[in-house]
Design a protein around this ligand. Structure first.
Ligand SMILES: Nc1ncnc2c1ncn2[C@@H]1O[C@H](COP(=O)(O)OP(=O)(O)O)[C@@H](O)[C@H]1O
Ligand SMILES: [Mg+2]
Length: 261
């Protein structure tokens, strides 16, 4: 348990990776109730690994992750990176959305009427209700991402974790998505991985750069100099009212371009 009641998750000096490979070293990060943390960093820097640690999908080599979940069983809502979703799994959009309740469902029986209408409400709100009977293998990347967002939200989590939610969504929905997140942030903490720092800086409250380790930046204003100090190869370019980002080449390997993925 965590003493500070406003802290939901505490990552304490965690080193983690896969097999013998260390991906993250000495990472610490507290997540508070009203946080909206943007996680940035180069491809392969360990952003998804950090998220897997937060949701308990992998265990740290050393250090610890403490959840202040109390009695709540659906503490975290998680939107995986689209590339990690098995789309060959024969399941409809509606089933995917409802599967976000699996922990709450209990051992016997299906979903109750209230849960089904909540799923419908969310699908309407996010604009995919017409797809509810469609198999997920037939969806576009953006549609799949919306379905996964409904799935992450249906349990009304205290922490919403999103791994690159804007990778496939069209620019119209992207604006809507951020507005939606801003409203959700009144009720839950949000941790969002994104390469698109420029457009998210007006939504996130703080920034964490993950590149083998984690540099916490306690503000959404970040300069190129600070990014360089954090060894984070992302550059902000002011461009009209909306700043854009370009990704610089990885300092350790000039031939390796960093892309959105
Ligand atoms: N399941 C896995 N098994 C072994 N290595 C992995 C696995 N997942 C990720 N990695 C490695 O961990 C490093 C960090 O990956 P990841 O956390 O996905 O980075 P990011 O999300 O920042 O692009 C990469 O070198 C990647 O190859
Ligand atoms: Mg990733």
């Amino acid at each position: 348990m965590i003493d500070d009641n406003n802290m939901l998750i505490e990552v304490v000096n965690v080193t983690a990776g896969y097999g013998h490979q260390v991906v993250l070293r000495n990472v610490s990060l507290p997540i508070y109730r009203n946080d909206f943390i943007g996680i940035i960093g180069p491809n392969g820097g360990g952003k998804t690994t950090l998220i897997k640690l937060l949701i308990g999908q992998i265990k740290p080599f050393s250090g610890k992750i403490v959840h202040n979940s109390g009695a709540q069983d659906s503490f975290i809502g998680y939107l995986p990176q689209v590339s990690q979703i098995d789309r060959t799994f024969p399941i409809t959009v509606r089933e995917v959305v409802l599967s976000g309740l699996l922990e709450k469902k209990g051992l016997i029986g299906g979903y109750n009427r209230q849960q089904k209408s909540l799923a419908m409400e969310l699908m309407e709100q996010i604009g995919i209700h017409h797809l509810q009977s469609k198999s997920i293998g037939l969806l576009s990347g953006g549609q799949l991402q919306r379905a996964m967002l409904c799935r992450a939200l249906i349990s009304e989590p205290q922490v919403l974790i999103l791994d690159e939610p804007n990778t496939y969504v069209d620019s119209n929905f992207e604006g809507e998505l951020y507005e939606m997140l801003r409203k959700l942030n009144e009720k839950m903490a949000i941790v969002m991985v994104s390469h698109d720092l420029g457009t998210i800086t007006s939504y996130v409250k703080t920034i964490a750069c993950v590149n083998g380790t984690l540099f916490y930046h306690p503000s959404n204003q970040i300069t190129n100099e600070q990014l360089a100090a954090y060894n984070c190869p992302i550059q902000i370019i002011a461009h009209g009212p909306v700043p854009h980002t370009v990704l610089l080449e990885h300092p350790n390997n000039a031939s390796h371009r960093i892309h959105k993925h």
